[in-house]
Design a protein around this ligand. Structure first.
Ligand code: SF4
Length: 636
């Protein structure tokens, strides 16, 4: 495939061995691209091929795969996402996360589809890629800089480069450190930044000399982009995203009684109006921005120039998950403090969901007398803005209690004892995102069955399928989604819906499609995506092929976890959802029956072609064309 220019696929994979300081190019067979296309599926292919299941996530034997989404580089709407994968230091299983921005397209413009990083450097380094030339540079003098300082420094040498990096939290191997590009786009979850830090890898810097995929006829893509831009203005979901970002969901979640508050002790927050998307827009928003070629521009940039918390606009602004995790979950109703905590997470390179949830857990421990001022160094009850902001710094620097919390809430709770363990809200040791599974039961299936631990985007959310006129039914009908399903239903139809839409989301992650930009969440249609894929690969395709690729990736992730010793024991309902809700319209109801939930999981296994232990049948792996990659030694 080398030298192919009529498709988006570049036909080149860059390998880097940090231990030996060696770089080489792999030219994959065409069959690999046919099966794995890009993004998530391609990253999982390398993980299965290169990584020993018993590898220590923070040891040199772990690898880092960065794969451009198939559509990255086309000038189309909502297709900027690229994937990073490693063995996760949080879950011990597959670690994988997508980010938008400009970095994925820039990698493609340089002439690469993916980068695979092996080993560990003796001292901090960064990888520089200038078109097809790649080399390692010392990051020793800059290793302790914050993400903004580092980016500015690197750009002096590599003008206009796109900088994908970790911050101090990653260099310190904080277990939920993330990877950030352009200071405001994140491969957020699974502790991938800690893996980079353990390898002494500070950044991967790409500097393309051109801004197009030469040779690809993009006329049709430009047409689709123009149409999408018009549609995005008319579509109420897209325009709401543009106006408020995902932060627009805070007020509705609170009104519906599903806003996680004070470490999930209630789901109604009395200060919700103070941390709403509307408040953010009216008081703190400087401008809106977005990813490469996307007309929706859902990202907000926040600036605060005076008062207790000054916030630098270089780091973007908080979205729904960050506001809820750092705000209501910690009982903090001071929006400027939430913005500051968010800025610091971005400055140090930490996942805001895990950071907020871990601090909320510590605050709960404080309220219960499990930790005291002697442990923390200052007061840390629910609602303290000062404690929140200080603790973000303490975790990144591994100071005082911050050192224990830098391990994440699950491991901290193990050290703090049995009472603390009852306060930890997690799935596969990763902190829960800000969605209450009692009000949308598909989320319970997502949390339990996500191979990467608690995750809120491995399938589509239940409210999109509520009634006949819901966007899930109108827009996803071509996939055979025909009937509305009640968000609270947990019967066979909900399992079927989860099964169908997790393949769709897995396909989106493979193609580089943003789940916020595409249907059912927004305006980019299935047909437009299919047409862009045809242009990217230079041949016909169908959603049958694309969903199969999504399913392939789902099975590869499952097999990776089974090989790593993670089986059906992880496919369980987080305990908090077995109790009734407290607060709001659903108060006193909503508890999910654990036995019924187990039956739903068992049905999902059968639907997926997995045995009663959740192990993919050999016939399923053959059907998906991955049997040689995915031999499983023993049934878990
Ligand atoms: S919808 Fe938002 S996150 Fe998604 S591609 Fe567009 S700007 Fe980026």
């Amino acid at each position: 495939l080398s030298g192919v220019t009529e498709t988006a696929i570049q036909g080149r994979i860059l390998h880097v061995d940090l231990s030996a300081g060696k770089l080489w190019t792999e030219i994959p067979e065409q069959r690999q691209y046919r099966r794995f296309l890009g993004g998530r599926a391609l990253a999982l292919y390398f993980l299965l091929r290169e990584l020993k299941p018993e590898a220590d996530p923070l040891g040199p034997e772990n690898i880092v795969v960065i794969a451009a989404g198939l559509l990255n580089g086309l000038p189309g709407p909502g297709i900027p996402k690229f994937s990073i994968a490693s063995k996760s230091p949080i879950t011990g299983g597959v670690g994988e996360s997508e980010a938008g921005g400009f970095w994925g397209p820039a990698l493609r413009f340089c002439g690469w589809d993916a980068v695979v990083i092996h080993g560990r450097a003796a001292k901090p380094v960064y990888l520089a890629i200038r078109d097809q030339e790649a080399y390692l540079e010392s990051a020793e003098p800059t290793a302790r800089m914050d993400t903004k300082q580092f980016q500015e420094q690197v750009r002096q040498q590599h003008q206009d480069a796109r900088v994908l990096q970790i911050g101090l939290a990653g260099m310190n191997c904080v277990r939920f450190a993330n990877v950030v590009n352009d200071l405001s786009f994140f491969n957020g979850r699974n502790g991938l930044g800690a893996v980079w830090g353990s390898k002494n890898l500070r950044a991967v810097v790409v500097q393309p000399s051109k801004r197009t995929l030469g040779g690809v006829d993009t006329t049709k893509v430009v047409e689709i982009a123009r149409e999408a831009s018009k549609k995005a203005q008319k579509n109420p979901l897209s325009s709401a995203l543009h106006e408020l970002g995902t932060a627009g969901g805070i007020a509705g979640a609170n009104a519906g009684g599903v806003l996680p508050t004070r470490n999930w002790t209630t789901t109604v927050f009395e200060h919700a109006a103070d941390i709403s998307g509307e408040r953010l827009r009216d008081q703190f928003l400087k401008k809106r921005h977005g990813c490469f070629a996307c007309p929706i521009r859902c990202k907000g940039t926040v600036e605060i120039t005076e008062g207790k918390w000054v916030v630098d606009p270089a780091f973007g602004g908080p979205e729904f998950e960050s506001i809820a995790a750092l705000g209501s979950l910690c009982g903090v109703g001071d929006m400027s403090a939430v913005c500051k905590a968010n800025e610091l997470c971005n400055r140090f390179g930490m996942d805001t969901i895990s950071a907020g949830a871990t601090i909320a857990f510590a605050m709960h421990c404080w309220e219960e007398g499990i930790i005291t001022k002697d442990d923390v160094g200052y007061d840390l009850p629910f609602g303290t803005s000062e404690g929140l902001v200080q603790m973000v710094e303490d975790i990144a620097e591994k100071r005082r209690l911050g050192e224990l919390l830098s391990e994440g809430s699950f491991r901290a709770a193990e050290k703090l004892g049995i009472r603390a363990q009852t306060l930890c809200r997690h799935a596969r040791k990763q902190e829960l995102p800000m969605h209450d599974a009692r009000a949308k039961t598909g989320m319970a299936l997502q949390y339990a069955l996500s191979p990467r631990g608690a995750d809120h985007w491995i399938a589509q959310h239940d409210p999109f399928f509520k009634d006949e006129s819901s966007p899930g039914l109108t827009e996803l009908a071509p996939l055979g989604i025909n009937e509305p399903v009640d968000p609270k239903d947990l019967g066979p139809r909900k399992v079927q819906l989860f099964h169908q839409t997790q393949m769709l989301c897995s396909a989106y992650d493979t193609l580089g499609v943003c789940t916020l930009a595409a249907v059912a969440r927004s305006a980019i249609s299935l047909e437009e995506i299919r047409q862009m894929v045809e242009i990217a690969i230079g041949r016909k395709t169908s959603w049958y092929e694309l969903l199969k690729c999504g399913e392939r990736a789902v099975n590869m992730a499952r097999v990776f976890n089974l090989r790593a010793g993670i089986g059906k024991e992880g496919d369980v309902l987080p305990e908090i959802f077995a109790a009734n809700m407290r607060g709001g319209p659903g108060s006193g109801s909503g508890a999910i029956d654990t036995e019924k939930f187990r039956e739903s999981v068992a049905l999902f296994y059968r639907m997926s072609g997995w045995d009663e232990n959740g192990v993919p049948a050999q016939a399923k792996l053959i059907e998906l064309g991955i049997s040689e990659l995915t031999e499983i030694e023993a049934s878990k």
